[in-house]
Design a protein around this ligand. Structure first.
Ligand code: HEM
Length: 335
């Protein structure tokens, strides 16, 4: 009996030992997946290898990458992060501008209109400004369609209309990029002399540009606020152009990661660019009396120039003499 009991206990001990050895071996099983096995669990493989790629017989090696986790990160960036950045920047700017307008109203010409004008921008400058601005607006709308169209516009106009519009928007985005690039380069060269920061800008910034209250800090042809807009256009325009052409001509010297980076840079800068231009459009229209004329007819009222660009006006008058650089408006206001 005793021998039989000892045998049973020994048997139980051996069995328990075998089970302990077998458990870690079982736990290791999923990590020892054979990727070339005929039936492999895709999720398991992805967890183990971090991406799924294979051998292909065509020269385009990147086509061999079937799944890579960065692709999901990129999709999340495009569908979630970029939309948040755009919504906060653009809606935030709109809300800020409306609030500012309700608080401050239009900045009036304090001395009233003098009825005499001075040339501020010639026809060539205005042509370049409007060409670039028109391209920008169409690029912005067609680009915003890529970011937000599917969730905002598609439910409103339906798939057929959305497809047609998106196709034309894409053509417009591609082709108008060329005149836009030319415009940015021309603007950069044409106005750079007046946009180098100087000491007058420090004073202008300290006095808040005179936008609060009725202060009129002196400025040459471009004040510090306009210089900021100039550099946003030049640097932002260069960045969207370079990243945009990388997207337009994919994989010329770029990898998948390079394309994803170009898209992120393009999307973020473009959306911030749109927000900045809203502020520019505001101050050039309802924000300041007499400002639109500078880019409309090209002439501004003498009192407007005195209040907002006194040093420039003095330079112009010293250069051409007060009577030559000023002219009567084409149409006198009715009494
Ligand atoms: C030289 C100038 C530009 C070029 C070459 C360019 C090119 C491109 C290309 C190729 C795409 C990808 C389109 C697609 O996925 O099918 C794109 C997207 C986009 N572009 Fe531009 N673009 C330029 C300027 C601009 C400007 C000025 C803006 C706005 C102010 C803008 C806003 C956008 C936006 C918002 C997207 C969508 C980003 C996204 O959601 O992924 N682009 N652009």
């Amino acid at each position: 009996m005793l021998v039989a009991r000892i045998r049973i206990m020994l048997g139980a001990l051996v069995l328990a030992g075998l089970m302990c050895l077998a458990a870690p071996a079982g736990a290791q099983q999923p990590t020892s997946v054979n990727p070339t096995a005929s039936s492999v669990n895709e999720q398991q493989l992805l967890r183990q290898l971090n991406q799924i790629d294979g051998r292909i017989t065509i020269p385009d090696e990147k086509a061999g990458v079937l799944i890579q986790p960065e692709g999901r990160d990129w999709r999340r960036f495009h569908n979630v992060t970029l939309r948040w950045i755009g919504a906060i920047a653009i809606l935030g700017m709109l809300v800020a501008l409306v609030a500012f307008y309700l608080w401050r109203g239009m900045v009036r010409i304090e001395g009233g209109r003098s009825g005499r004008t001075i040339v501020r921008f010639n026809a060539f400058e205005r042509f370049l400004h409007w060409m670039t601005a028109t391209c920008f607006i169409i690029l912005a709308l067609s680009g915003l369609n890529i970011t937000f169209g599917r969730s905002l516009l598609l439910p409103l106009i339906g798939p057929e209309a959305f497809t047609g519009w998106s196709q034309w928007a894409k053509y417009a985005h591609n082709y108008l990029s060329f005149p836009f690039t030319i415009g940015v380069i021309a603007i950069c060269l044409m106005w750079i002399a007046g946009n180098i920061p100087n000491r007058v800008d420090v004073e202008w910034i300290k006095r808040g540009g005179g936008i609060v209250g009725n202060d009129h800090p002196p400025a040459y042809r471009f004040n510090a606020g306009q210089k900021v807009i100039y550099w946003i256009v030049v640097l932002g325009g260069t960045a969207v152009a370079i990243s945009g052409y990388i997207l337009m001509f994919p994989f010329y010297g770029t990898t998948i990661a390079g394309m994803q980076l170009a898209q992120a840079v393009h999307g973020i800068i473009a959306l911030l660019f749109v927000a900045a231009m809203l502020a520019h459009i505001y101050i050039g229209t309802i924000g300041m009396e007499g400002a639109f004329e500078a880019m409309g007819t090209g002439d501004v009222d003498l009192n407007w120039a005195k209040e907002h660009h006194r040093l420039w006006l003095e330079q112009e008058q010293a250069r051409t003499g007060p009577n030559e650089s000023q002219r009567q408006p084409a149409v006198q206001p009715a009494e």
